[in-house]
Design a binder for this molecule. Structure first.
Ligand SMILES: [Zn+2]
Length: 100
């Protein structure tokens, strides 16, 4: 079950990136409800309604450097289940971005 990373709400959820620092391009991948999204507006980079978040959309955040969140944690937060294959793909993109 997916719920808001901040308050536990299960309605109106979006995948958001909460910027690591002000003006940063990248942020931590979390799931927020409408109220938390509004509260944290200044710190939110990307906000994608959860029903539109496919594995491809999720991986694009890593591909474009919008997040560097630990993929294992992020996949569970966003999809509400473990997915080793998706984690592996996100990890590979992270490694590519960091030049490793
Ligand atoms: Zn919330």
């Amino acid at each position: 079950m997916v719920n808001c990373s901040r308050c536990g709400n299960r309605e109106g959820l979006s995948l958001v990136t909460v910027l690591y620092e002000e003006g940063a391009n990248a942020g931590r991948a979390l799931v927020y409800c409408e109220a938390c999204k509004a509260d944290m507006m200044a710190w939110i980079g990307e906000a994608i309604p959860l029903e539109k978040v496919s594995p491809a959309v999720f991986l694009d955040l890593y591909r474009t450097g919008k997040t560097a969140s630990d993929p294992f944690t992020a996949v569970e937060l966003v999809f509400g289940r473990k997915d080793a294959d998706l984690v592996r793909q996100a990890q590979a993109l992270l490694n590519t971005n960091s030049g490793a």
